[in-house]
Ligand binder design. Structure first.
Ligand code: ATP
Ligand SMILES: Nc1nc2c(ncn2[C@@H]2O[C@H](COP(=O)(O)O)[C@@H](O)[C@H]2O)c(=O)[nH]1
Length: 355
């Protein structure tokens, strides 16, 4: 359980020099480690004390960090993450998680061979539903997905599709696609191993059930980059997903992007451009998609994908409170995956109920 205000850095023992941090800090113990979270002027800083050895470690911090601030409380949740509630912040910025021992963090500890923690932003509502992203070839789906995964590495995981097309220069088997022989893929489709599949630009593409399970088993939200036929199949499947269609600003710009990417032959470029017209028509009028975004300016489209039109708005319960106004006197704790805020005001009680 963490309470605000907690204690100042100067109060800490164990000989670790953290006197440079001026602001208030909160400490949370999980298993045999104590996590000290403090806010300096420009960032949240994290230190870990191993209670068995008394040693302090500064971990690698992954994910997008919350904006620093002094009013916040923290509580341990499920032995693998710390929930942090920020005082007086907007609805989409008030709840954060510091993952300390989630499957993602465990994996990163192994890869980096060092202590790791990861920030992820808390969301309310339909946070778990996979996100299906469709749009014509070259519109920028992969670019947008890469940005999302880079900014929220612990929140999103990519569903690695199977394809019979040949790998491009930098593409790795098992990372960008599972590159497969047609006969093998056709047999697996017959054996019911695929959630959806389609013939796209002359090759077979498909999402295996396992590809989606791998992501959900890792505790992340699954992102699928599939064509409109595939999106239609997923829409008809029992998988509850959010569907986003990405449109190009114009056909000329789409052609320019495909040519500038320089990954396809002239014949493939022409084929993809021909198919794009039908895809855009279906994307806009089929009723499959919950959100249609225009990828003209990349940053603006990315912001829309994250905030306004699609991901966060579809995940946010509209009845959710507008941020949480934590008073000085309160306590935060977690029980049975519920976060309990104790304090005096009715507003706070409502906020706590909504959490
Ligand atoms: N908003 C944008 N403005 C200019 N160029 C962009 C924009 N978005 C993406 N691009 C560029 O367009 C090219 C195609 O993007 P990307 O590979 O992400 O498309 P895609 O939709 O994933 O294509 P495919 O379906 O063929 O995999 C890339 O070179 C990328 O850098
Ligand atoms: N129906 C599916 N479509 C898929 C899948 N994986 C990718 N795709 C789509 O194919 C095109 C071309 O991709 P490229 O990598 O060859 O440029 C693109 O529109 C993808 O969205 C899938 O599993 N199922």
């Amino acid at each position: 359980m963490g309470e605000a205000p907690a204690f100042y850095a100067d109060n800490l023992q164990n000989g670790f020099d953290i006197k440079t941090i001026k602001a208030c800090e909160t400490s949370i113990s999980i298993q045999c480690k104590t996590y000290v979270i403090g806010s300096s002027d420009d960032a949240f800083v994290v230190r870990i004390c191993d209670q068995t050895t008394g040693n302090w470690v500064i971990p690698n911090i992954l994910g997008t960090k919350p904006k620093p601030g002094k009013g916040y409380s923290a509580a341990a949740l499920n032995e693998d993450r710390i929930v942090m509630i920020k005082k007086g912040s907007s609805s989409d910025d008030c709840i954060w998680f510091l993952e300390v021992d989630t499957p993602y963090v465990k994996e990163q500890k192994q890869i980096l061979g060092a202590e790791v923690v990861a920030w992820s932003k808390g969301v309310r509502g339909n946070a778990e539903a996979p996100i299906v992203i469709s749009g014509p070839s070259g519109v920028g789906k992969g670019t947008l997905i890469s940005k999302l995964m880079e900014e929220f590495p612990s929140m999103f995981g990519f569903s690695v599709s199977h394809t019979t097309r040949a790998p491009r220069g930098m593409e790795q088997d098992g990372v960008h696609y599972h590159f497969t022989e047609r006969a093998v893929m056709e047999k697996d489709i017959k054996d019911g191993k695929f959630l959806e599949f389609a013939s796209v630009h002359g090759n077979l593409y498909g999402t295996s059930i396992e590809a989606v399970e791998v992501v959900s088993d890792s505790g992340k939200r699954c992102i699928l980059d599939i064509d409109v036929q595939g999106a239609r199949s997923v829409r008809a499947s029992p998988l509850d997903a959010v569907f986003v269609f990405i449109c190009p600003p114009s056909m000329d710009e789409l052609e320019h992007r495909l040519r500038a990417r320089a990954t396809e032959s002239e014949e493939q470029i022409l084929k993809r451009l021909r198919n794009a017209k039908a895809e855009i028509e279906q994307g806009q009028s089929s009723g499959i998609f919950d959100h249609i975004l225009y990828n003209d300016n990349l940053e603006e489209c990315y912001q829309s994908l994250k905030d306004k039109h699609s991901l966060t708005s579809s995940m946010t319960n509209t009845a959710a409170p507008l941020g949480i106004n934590l008073p000085e006197e309160h306590s935060v704790s977690a029980m049975d995956s519920k976060i309990i805020i104790k304090g005096g005001t009715a507003e706070l009680e409502n906020a706590s109920k909504n959490l």
